[in-house]
Design a binder for this molecule. Sequence first.
Ligand code: BES
Ligand code: MN
Ligand code: ZN
Length: 511
Amino acid sequence: MRKLSIMIFALCTLSFSALAQVTVEFSGNVQGDVKHVVVLVDDLDTLNGAAAVLDAETNGQLFKALKAQSFKTEVGSAAILFGIGNYDRVVVLGSAVESPMNAVDLQNLGGKIAKQIGVDLKEQNIVVHVDGLNTEHADAAAHIAYGYELQNYRFEKYKSDKKQSPGTLTFISAGVNEAESTYNNDLKFLAEGIYMTRDLASEPGKTIYPQAFVDAVKKKFKGIKNIDIDVLTLRDMKKNNMGALMGVGQGSIHEPKMLVIEYKGADNDDAPIALAGKGITFDTGGISLKRNSGMWAMKSDMSGAAAVAGTLYAVASRKENVNLVGLMPLAENMPAEDAIRPGDVLPTMKGTSIEIISTDAEGRLILADAVYYAQQEFKPRMLVNIATLTGSAARALSDEYAVVITRDWDLSVDMMGVGERSGEAVWPLPLHPNHFEQIKSDIADIKNSGAGNPGASIGAAVIGTFVDEDMTWVHLDIAGVDWITDVTDTVPKGSSGWGVRFMDQLVRDKK
Ligand code: BES
Ligand code: MN
Ligand code: ZN
């Protein structure tokens, strides 16, 4: 019987797409017969490094082909050449830059390489020559490989005809040890964390509901050291009086949960950094039902929680010297006879009552109880919450920036720096005393939405009501960046996994 239930568990739990599709290797020199090669060119008239070798080896065919198409050498230009020497395919990328390439520049270059190669590797061995770069990173090849992996992601689980096929990518560079160490002990885990986040966010609401999210994430964390996982059930929520979280979940046949993952990588008495992510496994709007157009996209309304899980996975796997706790309130927002109604009043763990103006403003409700619980239970030194919270944030900043809202400007500026270093940019919006005025309720302590504008700030004010005034608190609204329609270097179409890179960088900077 026990065996049977384990088998059923294994069958029911979702599995994640693996990086393993592509084998990444680092080496100082080429071995064996190579048919597919990538070279970087920063100066066409004086070819350097591998490009020069390849040109000599093919009696000047490389130079001729590039010259004939007036190849530009700046980063961003690319050419695919066939029939050069004995090679089946030579991919050339420009690598000339104005100023030295930082980690994110290198990662973007890796993404550009992936775009040229495509996901169908046909089991082949592709050699990427990393040389002649203007960068101070001895481990440049690792950053390029990481960027490659980020671009190489596809969610093809439900496709009969899968485009991705396995192959080997060998990066040839000078700093082999540096690259191997950075990739295998660090960046590989980030890529894996981002893959998990994207998988969870891409998965339909039918298969990802609160318990399914918990099971899938738990499975992924098996074997990782210094991890404690706790799942709050309805019973625990009742005990804590988490009326907001329970209220949002009550119209669904799937019970709400709160997944709490603690990573202890530093001294026991070091206060942790807390990350709380919105985990609405599907957002219909509830009784304040959303309109049909685009509602399918609300399957990714748990992107915040998924990013928290992905970040914890990366930080714990690379054994960062920090204490980190992730809180993922999970609920499905459904219209039903027992769902909450507009006009209802919900109690919260903090004791502040909330009048429901719109059941579609549900993310702030589950986060209200989550951030309060985070402070009570873990006394963090910093609290970050991340959520696909408002259409307003998406309209204001679109794809380029996630919204960051804090109580003090210096912290927001600080966060813009974290964004630049991580490759996931943020831009501040304000939090004004009037925003708190706007959410005063006639019959309860506060209401869950104001008169309308400014939506992103109002949402932050609701959550902020449950955050101590003197807490270092960062609110991230990712409604505009979590799902991408225009491919970037490091994000293919679909779920971006936004937040893993940002929060991982924040942990590096604040540890
Ligand atoms: N999950 C949505 C926000 C959202 C919108 C995310 C578009 C991604 C893309 C959120 O729960 C919501 O419905 N927000 C409302 C709040 C309003 C009712 C105060 C919104 O932004 O319209
Ligand atoms: Mn909603
Ligand atoms: Zn929502």
